[in-house]
Design a protein around this ligand. Structure first.
Ligand code: ATP
Ligand code: MG
Ligand code: MG
Ligand code: MG
Length: 562
């Protein structure tokens, strides 16, 4: 394309409101413009690179057998009320009313919409598994929109949802999509780690985030210097494996503890609904240790607990007691758990978590005398809040290091959280009705774009990996007023284009200095300059990253750069 015909408004100054490189460079190079806080327009070059990322995502998702579709941004409140998220999602959900005063949400995510479609259309196990995805605009009224495309209030996400008749089937799809994500981020030229993430209130043991290593990342990850182990330090330890108890000589005993309150009671008592973002605190209530799960911003105080448990004394457990409890079988930050001698406030809203964790079940039961090691194992045994750099990695291989990460992707085994609330069920092979099992898988497409720039730039501008670059070749005519230069440049523009090479032709009547500076800023991998030796048919070739300039005759050019 001809640069003279394109909207590429570049400038030199660092924009005052842009704190990080990707934000500064994408604005300076004319890829994006802010329309409102956290809301961006993609100008032509921005749109091109966005599409490159989208195409990679699309190709790899298609490979997994997922089907592309597109769902509405505008979603009726009724759907969100079915799952309780109309209240629980909080102020991040953008809401609006239509002229009849009906309530709507702008899609922050699409579990409700897709589950409502699938529950109406799929009635038999024979139609499962099914995975669908879309690449679409999402809305989240972030408290602190910042860092340009990294944290927007309107942004582009690839979101996928899978539906299953069994956890085995979910495991399968999860692994396939996990692998596809690894390929996607490799093709984007990113240095990343897949980390074990916090499943919060909705998940089981399996949820991973894909973290691009970067100083500007808002997450901290702990990883082993000599194995694949990596985890978000936010995450709670997770009880991973209950298989052993089937074989153990003393089978676990499920007992009901009449005076034990369920999580629902706690939630109701604390007047706070159960949802993602739950936090847990350890208390000593009389002589028992009690795990209380609540939202991080909600205050749990001893008076409330005293009343709730009709206890004599209540105090916050010490760090040591909390640590011991975490080691003994449940995370001090997770809404799950079993352990010897510890009463558990069961989270009865977390079907899948309790399923895999063998923790307290829906009705407030718990297991007696369960022992870590004998009856269950813990995936990330240590509570990462207590880990220091250089400590042994929880997987036993290597030492722990810390790094900052940008969350570009997230895969999640949802279990039947949504399907149950929305009545998505199928008839299984026995002809019995059964709730579906689901997974969800997100990639921040626009955030990925910014993460690429964070990892690929120098002091002169962006340095696009070839897979993502808006064009492969930047063709510069140093002086368009000189006929020989103009003619040769135009000829090359046509021959390169015809050979299927994406060329940006700087045919503007600008000074050479301006063109070179813009070219470095925009960061196309290969620059071809038509200058003084145009008459002889000689051009200069330079890679964006290298200092070397090579002179070539135009006749050799195609051969050399293909
Ligand atoms: P974060 O922890 O950064 O707020 P999240 O965990 O809330 O992200 P998810 O619900 O997991 O986000 O959404 C899937 C993906 O969408 C994320 O992994 C991220 O790449 C992207 N994403 C989420 N919020 C934003 C945002 N405000 N701007 C750009 N991308 C986002
Ligand atoms: Mg978020
Ligand atoms: Mg997150
Ligand atoms: Mg996430």
């Amino acid at each position: 394309m001809k640069q003279s015909e394109m909207l590429i408004p570049t400038f030199k100054e660092v924009p005052a409101d842009a704190e990080i490189k990707s934000h500064q460079l994408l604005v300076r190079a004319g890829f994006i413009r802010q329309t409102a806080s956290g809301v961006y327009s993609f100008l032509p070059l921005g749109k091109k690179v966005l599409r490159k990322v989208e195409d990679i995502v699309r190709q790899e998702m298609d490979q997994t057998g997922a089907n592309e579709m597109v769902m509405p941004a505008m979603q009726p409140a009724e759907l969100w009320k079915e799952t309780g998220r109309w209240n629980n999602f909080g102020p991040e959900l953008m809401r609006l009313n239509d002229r009849h005063d009906r309530e709507f949400a702008l899609g922050a995510t699409h579990e409700e919409v897709i589950t409502s479609i699938v529950r109406d259309e799929i009635k038999s196990y024979k139609r499962l598994p099914l995975t669908v995805y879309q690449i679409q605009t999402k809305f989240r009224d972030e408290k602190r929109p910042r860092f340009g495309l990294l944290r927007g209030r309107e942004f582009i996400m690839k979101d996928a949802y899978s539906f299953h008749d069994s956890y085995d089937s979910l495991d399968n799809t999860y692994q396939r999509i996990f692998d596809a994500y690894s390929t996607i981020f490799q093709r984007c030229g990113l240095n990343f780690r897949a980390v074990i993430a916090d499943s919060g209130a909705m998940g089981g043991k399996d949820t991973h985030e894909f973290m691009v290593l970067s100083e500007v990342g808002e997450d901290t990850i702990a990883y082993s210097d000599s194995s694949d182990y990596a985890a978000n330090v936010e995450m709670a330890p997770v009880i991973a494996d209950y298989q052993k108890s089937q074989e153990s000589e003393e089978p676990l005993q499920l007992v009901e503890t009449p005076n034990q309150k369920t999580m629902q009671d706690v939630a109701e008592f604390l007047n706070h609904p159960l949802e993602k973002g739950l936090k847990a605190l350890m208390f000593k209530v009389d002589d028992r240790l009690v795990l209380v799960v609540t939202r991080g911003d909600h205050e749990v105080n001893d008076i409330k607990l005293k009343n709730l448990f009709k206890a004599e004394s209540v105090e916050l457990a010490t760090e040591e007691e909390t640590k011991a409890a975490a080691g003994a079988g449940f995370g001090s930050l997770g809404p799950i758990g079993i352990a010897e001698g510890i009463d558990i406030v069961a989270d009865n809203a977390v079907e899948y978590t309790t399923n895999v964790s063998c923790g307290a079940n829906k009705d407030g039961f718990h297991y007696l005398n369960a022992n870590q090691g004998r009856d269950f194992t813990i995936d990330t045994y240590a509570d990462l809040r207590f880990i220091k750099e250089g400590d042994p990695s929880p997987d036993g291989v290597g030492k722990i290091q810390f790094a900052k990460g940008i969350e570009v992707g997230h895969v999640f085994k949802l279990g039947s959280f949504y399907a149950e609330r929305m009545g998505a069920s199928i008839l299984n092979d026995q002809g019995k009705s059964q709730t579906m099992v689901m997974g969800s898988y997100g990639i921040g497409v626009s955030r990925t774009l910014a993460a690429i720039v964070e990892q690929h730039h120098d002091e002169d501008g962006m340095v696009w990996p070839a897979n993502i670059a808006p064009f492969q070749v930047h063709l510069l005519a140093m002086n368009m007023k000189k006929d020989d230069q103009k003619q040769l440049a135009e000829k090359l523009y046509h021959s390169l284009s015809q050979a299927g090479i994406e060329v940006l032709f700087d045919d503007r009547k600008e000074r050479a200095g301006v063109k070179f500076a813009d070219s470095d800023l925009i960061g196309i991998p290969l620059r071809i300059t038509v200058g003084k030796r145009a008459e002889e048919g000689i051009v200069e070739v330079k890679h964006r990253t290298g200092a070397d300039k090579t002179e070539l005759h135009e006749s050799e050019l195609l051969e050399q750069i293909k």
